[in-house]
Design a protein around this ligand. Structure first.
Ligand SMILES: Cc1cc2nc3c(=O)[nH]c(=O)nc-3n(C[C@H](O)[C@H](O)[C@H](O)COP(=O)(O)OP(=O)(O)OC[C@H]3O[C@@H](n4cnc5c(N)ncnc54)[C@H](O)[C@@H]3O)c2cc1C
Length: 491
């Protein structure tokens, strides 16, 4: 008889684990507390405008390919991949603007314009980035962080300049680049894991390396089409999924081994293995051990202030992804992490999927996804209507000052998500998108584990556990946890 797994949560990590386990012959049941699958990777649509409300930028398409391959599928039979070129654009308060191109001659020309020594400096970064990524692949991403390194790994370690990888990220960027514009551009990447460039380790330079080496991707119809594809694939593999079905307890036998789950309506569901896809900090409560907020504010990653706008008429052509930088980045991060308030002058990210895809808005219209980093204080009662309106004014003011005004009469539909909304919709502490932040070595590399040791048979997957947040890392965690489960049941 095949083994039974219950996956608690239909986020990206939950869906990917369910598919991998079903591919290995398991009977899989998913319980999802929301009315739609996808978790943070979700969609909002109104009057012909469609928005991804979570991820808008995909890097490391390889991790998606790996998932499809693992279950004997080709991804391009299920989704239509669109390479995003230019990969993005940066706009600075003094009016300086440039596009980040994956086409090297264009990118070299841009770098030269910014600073004659920038091409050489960029190659130095890229060379180190390649070594860092290879090192991460062999250790951290292979789930072998505590294993004795082999000779090749040791030789990679020796090739990384100490001061670059082991110091603070922002300092490493300062050592690499002279141009203030490139420093700012590179300083933004730790926010991909909800963290500050002034507190994360230099090893995180692997993030810009991956984006620049492997490109940025979009899928036609929006990135939510990936979730739809995984759900459809699940159906073909007899995975059962119950929506609006919150799990309230993970049940254990007298010996402490996982036995199954209990749902809010009292139903009990037996299982050999339970995989929890929610925030890692909720594990204890689900085990009935303790209640209350488990992830203390100083350890939380960033949340977001998100604005989806459907415009009646398209704005002048631009890049798919644009970042409008604030005047004082250090102050912005001080406000986000130390003062824990929404920045007075936020850096604003604008995604314009209509630039690559005419299916996401009505003809002549445009769908805009606008996001600014926000502190994960969604559970602290601060996001009332007044604060929300104030944050929106600050975001729109930054865009207007940067030459990207949004005429209010052009807005046909509008939806706002504050950290409070994110916290409530997805049950993440304060709206922290990536669980714990990646500050310091511990935060970045010793993330909550995939295996819950005190409860044999219970595992975790997703952005709040090893190896970390963002879609490629979440898919990697699904692969690692599946391999672990299959190893555990045969050992
Ligand atoms: C606004 C925003 C923008 C982002 N932008 C990007 C981006 O551009 N690129 C990128 O790569 N990543 C981005 N991310 C991050 C990315 O979305 C996440 O890292 C990833 O989707 C998380 O997947 P996960 O497997 O951790 O599951 P989650 O998305 O966290 O889903 C977990 C699921 O478990 C369910 N659940 C929890 N507890 C229970 C329970 N007790 N019973 C039943 N169900 C339960 C939840 O309802 C949820 O559906 C963004 C996220 C947000 C919110």
């Amino acid at each position: 008889m095949s083994r039974r797994a219950v996956v608690v949560g239909a986020g990206l990590g939950g869906l990917a684990t369910a598919l991998r386990l079903a591919g290995a012959g398991w009977r899989v049941q998913i319980f999802e507390r929301s009315s739609s699958p996808g978790g943070k990777m979700n969609r909002w649509a109104s009057q012909g405008y469609t928005f991804d409300t979570g991820p808008t930028l995909l890097t490391l398409r390889d991790e998606f390919e790996d998932l499809f391959n693992a279950i004997g599928q080709r991804s391009d039979r299920w989704v239509q991949w669109v390479p995003v070129e230019p990969q993005g654009a940066c706009v600075f308060p003094d009016g300086t603007a440039f596009e980040i191109s994956g086409f090297l001659p264009n990118w070299m020309a841009t770098l030269r314009r910014l600073d004659p020594s920038a091409p050489q400096q960029w190659w130095t970064f890229f060379r180190h980035g390649a070594v860092l990524y290879e090192l991460a692949r062999r250790t951290f991403l292979a789930g072998a962080i505590f294993q004795r390194p082999d000779r090749d790994t040791l030789s990679l370690l020796r090739r990384i300049p100490m001061r670059l990888a082991w110091g603070v990220y922002h300092r490493a960027v300062e050592r690499l680049f002279d141009s203030p514009y490139l420093r700012r551009m590179f300083d933004r990447f730790p926010t991909y894991v909800g963290s500050s460039p002034y507190a994360t380790p230099g090893m995180l330079l692997v993030i810009p390396y991956i984006e620049q080496a492997y490109g940025s991707w979009y899928t036609r119809g929006g990135l939510y089409s990936l979730v739809e594809a995984l759900v459809a694939l699940g159906r073909t593999m007899d995975i059962e999924m119950a929506l609006s079905a919150p799990v309230t307890l993970i049940e254990r036998s007298a010996s402490g081994r996982v036995q199954g789950v209990r749902l809010a309506d009292g139903t009990r569901w037996p299982a050999d293995v339970v995989v929890f896809n929610g925030d890692a900090s909720r594990t204890s409560a689900l085990l009935g051990e303790r209640r209350g907020p488990a992830l203390a504010p100083p350890h939380r990653s960033l949340s977001g202030f998100v604005l989806c706008l459907g415009l009646k008429r398209a704005l002048p052509r631009g890049a798919h992804h644009t970042v409008f930088f604030s005047d004082d980045y250090e102050r912005e991060f001080d406000q986000l992490f130390r003062q824990r308030t929404f920045p007075e002058d936020p850096t604003v990210y604008v995604c314009r999927p209509s630039c690559s895809d005419d299916s996401v808005s009505p003809p002549q219209g445009e769908s805009l996804f606008i996001m600014a980093n926000a502190p994960a204080n969604g559970d602290e009662g601060v996001w009332d209507d007044v604060r929300t309106e104030l944050a929106m004014q600050r975001v729109l003011r930054r865009l207007e000052a940067s030459g990207f005004p949004i005429p209010s009469e052009a807005i046909a539909v509008r939806h706002v998500w504050t950290p409070r909304d994110l916290a409530a919709a997805l049950d993440m502490p304060g709206g922290a998108i990536y669980g714990t932040n990646s500050h310091g070595w511990r935060g970045a590399f010793l993330r909550p584990s995939l295996r819950v040791r005190r409860c044999p048979g219970l595992y975790r997957v997703g952005g709040s556990v090893h190896p970390g947040g963002g879609t490629p890392m979440v898919l990697r965690s699904a692969r690692l946890v599946t391999e672990m489960i299959l190893r555990d049941v045969t050992s």
